[in-house]
Design a protein around this ligand. Structure first.
Ligand code: PLP
Length: 383
């Protein structure tokens, strides 16, 4: 049987990984500034993470949500402390799309309303409602098309206010990434997030903060929306939550009440997933990874700003983007094949850096030296 061919891939097979580095089958080492799409939060094969999952696997790997799973309570407790929201409630699932799907469904149950506000260049996943609030018609199948979603310009407070004045009483939720990832590292302004919070309160709508990519400490604070000093009603989380183990969830404010059967999943919150998620939070705390993301991220951004060929260096913590001009359009490819460095991209011309939160300054320096070298080599070829 052939694989269903939906992913454009690089012809590289990774056989070993440690910290911010991976190795292919020929022993070639790569610096990983992509983290398998912002997933590797505490570093590849962190010993505490490997140990905790191994220990759990030797006890019990899975049982369904029909029994008590104390690890879920332990995780909820820890997450409440690390995120600074001990009064929130946790629902566990398996992927970012599923987290957003549940967040929006819960918002609709809670308000009895159907409409959702989303923003230009948003990405929230590929399942039915998650893809409907994603601003990319190419990945929305006819069955996912709905008139219930209103797309507004990002960071446009006037447009948001006008929308609420017109139909605020029909809006179940506003969903926003604190820093747009797939859309090209666009940071939501503090004033804009504050306006969402205020309008949602005023009209009884639910503020859903998609923290799937920008959350879990990546921005230097636990949720990137925290930089604006606001509390969302629901936070969706995935990616960095399990450092590669598929685990996701939503954190739900106390005024949203559960009912049996309202949400559910077979695999969500299983023993192994909880062990992985706990290990991640323990390492984030023990190794001060949010502080590290902030410090190394600021350093990296300020050094990148000194490279004149790179345009609009932006982001927060270790979620960084910059644009490359047309004459350097092969930069990402050349970084991979000549310098053995993985980076991410956003169409049309943005390079995205989404490394582990444990990236060291010396890893950042290695990247900076490599990028300068590649730009110089490309200048020579282009001259
Ligand atoms: C902001 C955001 N939300 C949701 C998703 C969907 O997550 P998943 O691929 O785990 O379904 C992604 C994935 O890239 C994302 O970046």
């Amino acid at each position: 049987m052939k694989l269903f061919d939906v992913y454009p891939i690089n012809d590289i097979t990774i056989v070993k990984a440690k910290g911010s580095y991976v190795w292919d089958q020929d022993g070639q080492q790569y610096l990983d500034l992509y983290g398998g799409h912002a997933v590797i939060s505490i570093g590849h094969t962190h010993p505490h993470y490997v140990q905790r999952i191994t220990d759990q696997l030797n006890k019990v790997g899975f049982y369904s949500n029909s029994i008590r799973i104390p690890l879920q309570e332990e995780l909820a407790d820890k997450l409440g402390k690390v995120s600074g929201r001990p009064d929130y409630q946790l629902f566990l699932c398996n992927s970012g799309a599923e987290a957003n799907e549940n967040a929006l469904k819960l918002a609709s149950f809670h308000t009895g309303r159907k409409k959702v506000v989303a923003f230009h260049k948003s990405f929230h996943g590929r399942t039915s409602l998650a893809v409907a609030v994603t601003d990319n018609p190419a990945i929305v199948a006819p069955v996912n098309q709905t008139e219930n979603v209103i797309f507004l310009p990002f960071n446009d407070e006037a447009a948001l206010t006008a929308c609420f004045e017109k139909e605020g009483n029909e809006i179940a939720a506003v969903i926003i990434e604190g820093i747009q990832g797939v859309g090209g590292i666009n940071v939501a302004e503090a004033g804009f997030l504050q306006a969402i919070s205020r309008l949602c309160k005023e009209y009884g709508s639910v503020f859903v903060a998609d923290a799937v990519q920008c959350g879990y400490g990546r921005s230097g604070k636990f949720f990137s929306q925290d930089h604006a000093g606001v509390d969302a009603d629901i936070y969706s989380m995935a990616k960095g939550m399990g450092n590669g183990f598929p685990v996701a969830g939503i954190m739900i404010a106390p005024h949203l009440h559960p009912k049996y059967g309202m949400l559910g999943t077979t695999f969500g919150g299983n023993h192994l997933a909880c062990a992985a998620a706990l290990a991640v939070l323990e390492v984030i705390e023990q190794e001060n990874l949010m502080t590290n993301a902030n410090e190394v991220g600021n350093y990296l951004m300020s050094e990148l700003k000194k490279i004149p060929q790179l345009q609009k260096v932006r982001g927060r913590g270790l979620m960084i983007g910059f644009d490359v001009p047309e004459n350097l359009k092969d930069l990402k490819k050349n970084l991979l094949w000549n310098q053995h460095i993985f980076t991410g991209e956003a169409k049309p011309n943005t390079i995205r850096l989404l490394p582990s939160l444990a990236l060291r300054k010396k890893d950042a320096d290695e990247f900076l030296e490599a990028i300068r070298e590649e730009i110089n080599a490309m200048k020579t070829v282009n001259a």
